[in-house]
Design a protein around this ligand. Structure first.
Ligand SMILES: Cc1cc2nc3c(=O)[nH]c(=O)nc-3n(C[C@H](O)[C@H](O)[C@H](O)COP(=O)(O)OP(=O)(O)OC[C@H]3O[C@@H](n4cnc5c(N)ncnc54)[C@H](O)[C@@H]3O)c2cc1C
Length: 433
């Protein structure tokens, strides 16, 4: 029987492991104490609460993600409004509205005062057409015309999807996201997020599934080097010893880009990163929420620092993407400015009055949250298939055609499986990626 060794227990490695579990013996080596990588939840002692390392939003359009969740049986752990609604608040104008996309592909929403982005002009749709025709080197900024559709929808969408500023963000990558979501109509844009935590949705059920199929997961097992000879991986060295490979052994390297480059210096990989800041505030009570936010449980913000606020029981969690721009700002100042933004955006959505001072909180800076999704960095992404016969690459930073996202990570795992010649939901051809 074939034996596939998967290095890295993030969602890319887990996606490959799940796909292979019925076709081969699988062993997964994860350097950290737990799997999940950049998408995990943990118990924060000082807050006495379970929090995600960062809020993650997915859309119904993320077909491979939902397929993965169906296989591991955890689709029901996601929550969302079940319809394509996005409550927003403009901090610069003190204006609240709800974007209500039409279910189908024709954007009737843009004609309705109650559904569209306030202040938008239909002529601004030209920005979307420019994005969809973008070339390899085009930036998002070059495609957007000025107006409220850009400011209140396309810019926040771009920053969230690419985690990169508009000036340098790749229009091509954003267009690929839009082709799979907005251009498919509202049903593809229904937002979802884990009700309890990322690990409870994406990781723990995957590990339970693997164990059912006799997959072996070795946590605390860092791979330090990979030995190749004659066009094949012959062995690799882990903190627990050397693994020698035979004719039926394969390797999927699903580690982050800088780690992969250390292990395999010949691999081309992105080398510039963007950070994401999350601030989790713990309220002394579970707030009562009214209006449309009672259904969505999140609000999008424009015109300030905070971009999304998620209401998870008594925890209010805020996301700030493309956060390298706030690197010099100290945690206390950020925590307090963002708190004042939340108070404004959630009044009167939260019926109780929120305190003037920020409640106990945890600020998490993920310094290398994603690769910088610029045209230059995008060109450095390698395909899953390598010159080494029994080795393939995976990870959200490989050439998936998508920015660093859960969908990209899961797709990359499937591409690696297919590149090694195993059955996979993603048929591997470099042209299609
Ligand atoms: C704060 C934040 C917010 C995000 N928000 C969203 C969102 O809203 N929507 C969305 O779709 N995506 C979002 N993302 C992106 C998403 O989390 C990632 O794209 C995805 O988790 C990447 O998975 P991966 O497996 O490619 O990489 P990783 O998660 O980095 O996994 C790599 C794994 O390899 C392990 N490893 C490293 N070195 C070694 C070694 N030498 N030996 C063995 N193992 C090793 C690591 O410990 C890690 O577990 C966000 C990311 C962050 C950080």
């Amino acid at each position: 029987m074939s034996h596939v060794h998967i290095i890295g227990g993030g969602l890319a490695g887990l996606s490959a492991a799940i796909e292979l579990s019925t076709q081969a013996q699988v062993t997964l080596y994860e350097a950290g104490p737990v799997c999940g990588g950049r998408a995990r939840s943990y118990y924060d002692r000082s807050l006495d609460a379970l929090i995600d390392n960062g809020n993650h939003l997915i859309l119904s359009a993320n077909a491979l993600t939902f397929r993965y969740l169906d296989i591991i049986g955890s689709r029901d752990t996601l929550v969302g409004p079940g319809e394509p609604i996005f409550p927003y608040y403009d901090l610069a104008k003190d204006l609240a509205w709800t974007l209500r996309l039409s279910n189908g592909r024709i954007p009737f929403w843009a004609l309705s005062r109650k559904k569209k982005v306030p202040g938008m002009r239909l002529s601004e749709f030209a920005s979307i057409f420019r994005l969809l025709r973008a070339k390899d080197e085009t930036t998002v900024e070059e495609c957007l015309s000025e107006g409220q559709l850009s400011r209140r929808l396309l810019e926040p969408l771009s920053i969230s999807a690419l985690n990169t500023d508009l000036k340098t963000g790749s229009a091509l990558l954003l267009a690929n996201v839009m082709r799979r979501s907005l251009m498919q109509g509202g049903m593809a844009c229904r937002p979802w997020f884990p009700e309890t935590g990322l690990s409870e949705t994406f990781v723990d059920p995957a590990l339970a599934f693997l164990s059912k199929y006799h997959g072996i997961v070795k946590t605390g097992s860092r791979v330090n080097s990979i030995q190749k000879e004659g066009g094949r991986v012959q062995s690799f060295e882990t903190t627990q010893g050397i693994i020698n490979l035979g004719a039926e052994d394969y390797v999927i390297v699903a580690t982050p880009a800088p780690v992969t480059q250390n292990l395999l210096p010949e691999v081309s990989a992105p080398d510039a990163y963007e950070s994401i800041v999350n601030v989790h505030y713990k309220l002394p009570f579970v707030p009562h929420i009214q209006g449309v936010v009672a259904r969505s449980k999140f609000i999008g913000l424009v015109g300030g620092i905070a971009e999304w606020v998620f209401i998870k029981g008594n925890i209010l969690s805020v996301t700030v993407s493309a956060a390298n721009r706030y690197a010099a700002q100290d945690n206390e100042t950020l925590t307090s400015i963002i708190w004042s933004e939340i108070r404004r955006a959630t009044n009167p959505v939260i019926t109780e009055e929120l305190p003037d001072e920020a409640p106990p909180s945890r600020l998490v800076r993920e310094k290398r949250a994603t690769f910088a999704a610029t045209p230059e960095q995008n060109r450095k992404r390698p395909y899953a298939r390598t010159d080494i016969k029994n080795m393939a690459l995976a990870g959200d930073w490989t050439n998936t055609g998508l920015p660093s996202t859960i969908e990209g990570a899961i797709q990359s795992g499937l591409s690696a499986v297919s590149a090694l010649g195993f059955r996979s939901a993603v048929f591997y051809t470099e042209k299609n990626l």
